[in-house]
Design a protein. Structure first.
Length: 217
């Protein structure tokens, strides 16, 4: 009987020990998790403190290279473009590193200046590119285009071409066939059938002076 009691007492002791060990392990894991999270968070904050980095500000004019980010480009698109232009080798690594150090969604469309002689194909180089491409782009001279009242679509096309705005087949394709949600477009489609109109916008172009970027796509 005493032996059985001793065994039960021993089992309870082991249960208590196991419970204590489990609690200690959980607390240790929580501590390590918090510790590494704070370390990682501090690391990201330090990597993002780039206000005084002055990266690539003093590029020699002879070494300047223009990198143009089109509107709507994602990080993956930018990485692929940088690879095509020979600045990086690894699109996946650039995209992941961009997210990790906080540049995701911060890139700005437009023309940016990088140093064509510098090796950017390292993690530090990636960060330099990310910093440059997230700053304000290089300003390009805009073009003022005046559309007089009563201008037809063909006349407007000539005005744009004379102002240096590139016009291609897509210009007419959009005018004739693109499906818009505007209410008045329903009636213009009927007019096109009844009156043999060349496009949906004839008569709807607002006369005004427009500021345009000749390099915008």
């Amino acid at each position: 009987m005493d032996k059985k009691k001793n065994l039960l007492a021993l089992e309870r002791t082991f249960d208590v020990i196991r419970f204590i060990i489990t609690i200690l392990v959980i607390l240790s894991l929580v501590y390590l998790g918090v510790h590494f999270f704070r370390k990682g968070y501090d690391f990201v904050l330090k990597r993002n403190e780039v206000k005084d980095m002055e990266i690539a500000i003093n590029i020699s004019p002879s070494n300047e290279y223009e990198v143009k980010i089109p509107w709507g480009y994602s990080t993956d698109d930018i990485a692929a473009m940088l690879k095509d232009e020979g600045f990086i080798d690894n699109v996946f690594l650039f995209s992941i590193w961009s997210k990790f150090i906080g540049y995701e969604g911060k890139y700005t469309a437009g023309v940016h200046i990088v140093d064509k002689t510098e090796n950017y194909n390292t993690l530090d180089g990636y960060e330099k590119l990310m910093y440059i491409l997230s700053r304000n782009p290089k300003k390009k001279p805009d073009v003022k285009v005046f559309i007089p009242e009563g201008s037809t679509w063909h006349q407007t096309e000539k005005i744009l071409i004379n102002a240096g705005i590139p016009i291609d087949d897509a210009f007419w394709e959009v005018a004739k066939n693109y499906k818009y949600d505007y209410e008045f477009m329903k009636y213009t489609l009927e007019d096109m059938k009844d009156k043999d109109r060349s496009n949906m916008f004839e008569g709807y172009l607002f006369p005004d002076t427009y500021i345009m970027d000749p390099e915008a796509s």
